[in-house]
Design a protein around this ligand. Sequence first.
Ligand code: AKB
Length: 319
Amino acid sequence: MKKILIIGSTGQIGSELSVRVRSIYGDNNVVCGYYAPPFPEGFFEAGPAIKIDAQQIKQIADAVRKYDIDTIYNLAAILSATAEKNPKLGWDVGVGSLMNCLDVARDYKCGLFTPSSIGAFGPNTPKDNTPQDTIQRPTTVYGITKVLGELVSDYYFEHWQVNTRSVRFPGLISNVTLPGGGTTDYAVEIFYKAVKGEVFECPVKAGTFMDMMYMPDALDAMIHLMEANPEKLIHRNSFNVTAMSFDPEMLYAAIKKYYPNFKMVYNIDPLKQAIADSWPNKLDDSCARKEWGWQPHYDLDKMTADMISKLSGKLSSRA
Ligand code: AKB
């Protein structure tokens, strides 16, 4: 029986991962490590929860011992644009938290999932069908912490057999918890504006392609990879995964099918544009498909339909 600790369980990924893994492994077998609000309704009643600052190794080790944890999802993160504005914070959270999780995972024999990102690539990486194994010379602090995270996670596996696994997430689109400080956040924010009938100011130019994924697929990716047969894994840290690649115009057109009067204008954020320009257009995720059966279920149209239906229900019930 798995006993899971989710670090960062109130964040964009954690708030949904905790619900999904509790439905699979049982409420009491999943411990939600939280650092900050927002706390979803019923958060403290749904199962065990404990305050964890991932930069404090003792807090992680105490939780692992107390709840007899065997699997850690390390979701503590500062996203790309925020990390560029505060590199020290980006480094401390990205690297410090991971090193703490790795040491605890080694000492208590836990499996460890840590997300990497398309941000682990840089301007001299092949942009289209970016291979699994290729040049990784990112030009952002976020990207540097992700490459370091990939390498050091493989190191802990090679040297101490720590069961480390990771995927390179693209922009994640969700209707539950907003991202914050990411370069791909526009692909979530646009839906809120469309549903509220407001004009959307897009921070990246038309023609800026990036990989994206709907949150239900992202949750599947994490859970399937952590359940994958280790003998089939040639790679570990980290797998390319993607579900769709689009530019702002394609997303705008998909949303306009539901809201013909919706208006998007461009108000370019130079920092986000520079970061996006340094990232790939579209990853090749064939290794993930071969090694552990990765298969996304949402493309642009299916994701758009579901986002609009879920968000319009949520926002109208709040009105
Ligand atoms: C970001 O934009 O920083 C993240 C990412 C792609 O890692 N969403």
